[in-house]
Design a binder for this molecule. Structure first.
Ligand code: SF4
Length: 341
């Protein structure tokens, strides 16, 4: 289906987070996740600096500044701003974008987490882009076929010992925008899956869960592998891949079942399920400096009954020495607990 669209002439549209991308692709857009554009750039610090020079306070989180910088630097003219359910900074961010002449379309994951409210929100979104339900559904089925490859790779991460935590993180994360090209991303996932299944197993002693917003510090994954540990569950990245989409009857159910933007209890129920299914020994909760979601740590600590370490990242894309020491001590502690069992 997507071969119908000549990608070189499809208009780019920036995303501040995961949204019903099915609507945008059906409307002929190439969605670009501004977070990925920011964090994968060798120039990522320049994006933050650009935002700070334009007046973003030092006390604004690096992701917010980075996605703004990426949007300006890449001359993105249209953006979907998620005004409910994601980030408390977005409302102010999109005001600045509008001032800069960027066309911003709002989308909301409704506070009232009911199927009726989610349905209404997606219908309003589809109407704005003049896309009917059948076209959205056709697109959803196509994208879910591609997502199924990432779900399989996720299963291989905890069923076998053939996938690294970083691969698991990255391959699911990029499904927020299909890396800008669903067909090419499908080919990459298929090739990766085939290559992974031929690998020798490389087991690690400690099985970890990563929860929280995706990290600025991508070196965390390889760092723990060197300590004989592996992330076998990447919570939010996995949600970006919509692992339960196959059970959803339509797009409304699919986005109703997406845990990240809704109430914490809903999110925790899925985390607990996965921790048990994947035999996780310990959790690392990543929080971002100046992010309101860091407060959720209080509830997560209370509700998740296995060892948990909370770390914080700020502007740099590598961990500082203190964080490395804390992660190392945490893994050592889990090793001791497991050895005593
Ligand atoms: S890390 Fe927190 S404050 Fe920053 S963009 Fe994400 S949700 Fe918003």
């Amino acid at each position: 289906m997507f071969a119908f669209f000549e990608r070189s002439i499809m208009k780019k549209i920036g995303l501040t987070t995961t949204v019903p991308i099915e609507v945008l692709i059906a409307a002929g857009y190439t969605p670009v996740d501004l977070n990925n554009l920011f964090i994968t750039s060798a120039d990522y610090l320049a994006y933050i600096e650009l935002a700070e020079k334009e007046g973003f306070p030092k006390s604004t989180c690096a992701w917010t500044k980075g996605i703004y910088g990426a949007c300006i630097r890449h001359d993105i003219k249209e953006v979907i701003g998620v005004v409910e359910g994601d980030c408390s900074n977005t409302k102010a961010l999109i005001e600045v974008m509008k001032m800069k002449g960027i066309e911003v379309y709002p989308f909301a994951f409704p506070q009232e987490h009911t199927i009726e409210a989610v349905t209404m929100s997606i219908k309003t979104f589809s109407k704005r882009f003049e896309i009917d339900e059948n076209t959205v559904e056709f697109t959803r089925k196509h994208l879910n076929k591609i997502r199924a490859n990432a779900i399989e790779i996720d299963q291989l991460t905890y069923d076998t010992h053939k996938v690294t935590g970083f691969e698991n993180h990255l391959l699911q994360l990029c499904l927020s925008d299909f890396n800008g090209n669903p067909e090419a991303y499908e080919a990459l996932l298929t090739q990766k899956r085939d290559e992974i299944s031929k690998r020798q197993e490389n087991p690690k002693m400690i099985r970890l869960a990563y929860i929280g917003v995706p990290p600025m510090t991508g070196d965390l994954f390889d760092f723990v592998e060197a300590l004989d540990a592996r992330f076998v569950y990447n919570e939010v990245q996995r949600e970006f891949a919509f692992p339960r989409a196959g059970q959803a009857k339509n797009i409304y159910e699919q986005y109703f079942d997406y845990t990240y933007p809704y109430e914490l209890d809903f999110r925790i129920a899925e985390i607990v399920k996965q921790i048990e299914a994947r035999h996780v020994h310990g959790i690392i909760h990543y929080t971002q400096a100046f992010c309101h979601r860091a407060i959720e740590d209080i509830v997560l600590r209370d509700r998740l009954k296995i060892p948990m370490l909370t770390i914080e990242g700020d502007k740099l894309n590598t961990m500082d020495a203190r964080t490395k020491l804390r992660v190392e001590a945490f893994v050592d502690m889990i090793c001791e607990i497991e050895a005593d069992k």
